[in-house]
Design a protein around this ligand. Structure first.
Ligand SMILES: [Zn+2]
Length: 87
């Protein structure tokens, strides 16, 4: 399910909301998948889309090798982008 726990750029499921329960308190976590900082590039839908385009254009690589891969293909993960932040 797409929702508050998912990255606004790539749809990665953090298991906790990167913008807090209120969706107004960014944690500044770095997404291990797309590398976005929650509370920076993803503040507005346009910013999230721009980061997504850049990430996809460079091969949609997993950003943090120290975090286990979630096993999803980029297009599968992108289905979990929260409503309002999709392309
Ligand atoms: Zn992400």
């Amino acid at each position: 399910m797409a929702g508050a726990d998912n990255c606004r750029v790539c749809g990665y499921d953090w298991g906790e909301p990167p913008w807090g329960d209120s969706q107004l308190e960014p944690t500044y976590w770095i997404c291990p998948c797309c590398g976005v900082e929650a509370g920076y590039e993803d503040c507005a839908p346009d910013g999230a889309r721009a980061h997504r385009r850049a990430w996809l254009a460079t091969g949609a690589r997993w950003a943090d090798p120290s975090t286990p891969h979630d096993g999803l293909e980029p297009e599968q993960r992108l289905r979990h982008v929260p409503p309002g932040y999709e392309d």
